[in-house]
Design a protein around this ligand. Structure first.
Ligand SMILES: *Cc1c(COP(=O)(O)O)cnc(C)c1O
Length: 359
């Protein structure tokens, strides 16, 4: 396996890939329903929720759309401090919602204070915020933000994109009072792309009943009706559900706390490496992501050239996202990666820097 240090899609373990190769079962068969049932039960542990997890055949963006269609008639407060917060705002706007963007400089966190101020100025049905902004390598303080929302505007539902953190950095849905948390299969869960998982609170389900035009495919009430029968309204991604069921066993066997500690340790190693090589980190100190590091391209390196060099060694990193392309590069440390992989990568990066006369 050639390790990819990119923030999704990530490498998938061979036995997880193999789990997809089982014969296809009809989705309305007791055999498949049993697998779907146990996958959903185990998935709740990842979200730290007792409510429910919808497993959809889509990528995570599908559930960004589901959040705004199911939970807001009109007014959405969208926190934007990176590309994925911005995408969620656009998803809400293109679904006809009335969106107020809470814009924060990229690299800086969304703070509870700014959110509280915005909620004092106007009333919103939902707030959307990204836990781990993959584009800037930053973790927003969701627990504190949620506490502020609950205090200032108790009926505003809190929707969190945890696409690049769930299973890699801790996020406790119920204890923090979150109403919807969504993720994708191809990031910290280290599954092939194609599945999204969305945990939804009872409060959010009650809201959905009041919202017209929720659509069909991602309608929470329809999804719930079928989930209660261990199924989905339309055909699920059967093979991916096999892989999910299998991978959740592996993740829970590692232990969630151990998994978070592994990600945090890899993050720290990468941060220290960058700083000690005269590079700086894009995200503000105290808010740096545990699953992906965005490094300012202080030395003006050609990121494509770095990757050509790394590819000869069977590795790759990610360029900066969107407007940050060339200005930053990103090293992901998520999923199946181990510290030894990080050490191998950083040694190769040092070799590259030496070649450029920078070491
Ligand atoms: C990758 C990513 C997305 C997009 O997820 P898809 O599964 O590609 O739809 C959304 N939010 C964040 C934070 C991401 O990292």
């Amino acid at each position: 396996m050639s390790p990819m240090f990119v923030p999704g899609p990530v490498d998938v373990a061979e036995d997880v890939l193999q789990a997809q190769a089982r014969p296809i079962l009809p989705h309305r068969s007791p055999e498949f329903e049993a697998i779907f049932h146990r996958a959903e039960q185990k998935a709740r542990q990842l979200f730290y929720t007792q409510y429910r997890v919808f497993i959809t055949a889509s990528s995570g963006t599908g559930l960004q759309e589901a959040a705004v269609r199911n939970l807001a008639r009109e007014k959405v407060l969208a926190c934007v401090n990176g590309a994925f917060g911005k995408r969620w705002a656009e998803v809400a706007e293109t679904n006809g919602k009335q969106v107020t963007r809470l814009e924060i400089e990229w690299g800086q966190p969304v703070t509870p204070d700014v959110v509280a101020q915005a909620l004092k100025q106007d009333h919103y049905e939902i707030i959307t915020v990204v836990h781990n902004e993959t584009s800037v390598g930053l973790e927003n303080p969701i627990k504190e933000i949620a506490a502020a929302v609950r205090e200032v505007s108790p009926d505003t539902l809190i929707c969190v994109d945890a696409v690049s953190s769930l299973g890699g950095a801790k996020l406790e849905m119920d204890a923090w009072g979150l109403d919807m948390v969504l993720t994708s299969s191809q990031k910290c869960l280290a599954l092939p792309p194609g599945l999204a998982l969305g945990a939804v609170s009872d409060r959010a389900m009650a809201r959905a009943e009041q919202v017209p035009h929720r659509g069909w495919y991602f309608d929470f009430l329809r999804l719930e009706k079928h989930r209660l029968k261990d199924s989905t309204p339309a055909t699920p991604a059967v093979s991916l559900v096999y892989a999910l069921d299998y991978q959740l066993d592996r993740i829970l066997a590692e232990g969630l706390e151990n998994r978070f500690a592994r990600h945090a340790a890899m993050a720290q190693r990468v941060h220290e490496w960058a700083l000690s090589r005269g590079l700086t980190l894009f995200a503000a100190e105290g808010y740096r992501s545990k699953t992906v590091t965005a490094i300012r391209n202080t030395h003006g390196l050609d990121v494509n050239e770095i990757n050509a060099f790394l590819l000869e060694r069977d590795m790759r990193i990610a360029n900066g996202y969107g407007p940050l392309k060339g200005k930053t590069f990103r090293i992901a440390h998520m999923g199946e990666l181990q510290m030894s992989d990080i050490d191998t990568l950083l040694a190769a990066m040092d070799e590259f820097l030496a070649k450029k006369g920078l070491r």
